[in-house]
Design a protein. Structure first.
Length: 168
């Protein structure tokens, strides 16, 4: 089983505060889901027992059970350089960030995976804890939520089709 990168472990030590709906709806895991748990989630999500979950590494979920994952599509890159995707409990899906660096900037703008897919235009407060973390650890520049999402979705336009092709 693939181990959490140190930077992801460090990130998940921060407080993901839901703040009664004004914060980030995200419950970080301390380890990736096992391959069996990942396969079970994707089978349930798609209704397809043959769904191929081998390229997904789930690292957290929202309060309703929607999950965020690294989508391992760039075999020559490390985990933190892979796109981050979200599969929601009500059928929401999409590419959230083209890599971990951009993901940190989303968090700094109070947008977790769920908020990024469902409420990208929401004008929220800056999350100072995540902003400090992003400034210290991201190798990319800060951009708006919309710019990050547009870049991610144009960089990985096949994610939705890949998932939709597995749905039964």
């Amino acid at each position: 089983m693939t181990q959490f990168p140190d930077l992801l472990k460090k990130l998940h030590q921060l407080d993901f505060d839901y703040a009664d709906g004004d914060g980030i709806d995200f419950e970080p895991y301390q380890d990736f889901l096992s391959p069996e748990e990942t396969a079970g989630f994707l089978t349930a999500w798609t209704g397809n027992p043959q769904a191929d979950a081998s390229t997904l590494l789930f690292f957290g979920q929202d309060g309703t059970g929607g999950c965020a994952a690294f989508w391992i599509v760039n075999k020559d890159k490390n985990i933190l350089d892979q796109p981050i995707v979200f599969l929601g409990s009500e059928g929401e899906m999409g590419v959230v960030a083209k890599d971990f660096n951009d993901y940190l900037w989303l968090l700094s703008q109070n947008h977790g995976p769920f908020e990024s897919i469902e409420y990208p235009e929401a004008n929220t407060q800056i999350n100072n804890d995540f902003l400090t973390f992003a400034k210290q650890n991201s190798k990319s520049n800060s951009r708006s939520v919309t710019e990050i999402l547009n870049d991610a979705q144009s960089s990985y336009p096949n994610f939705k089709t890949w998932i939709e092709d597995m749905i039964r």
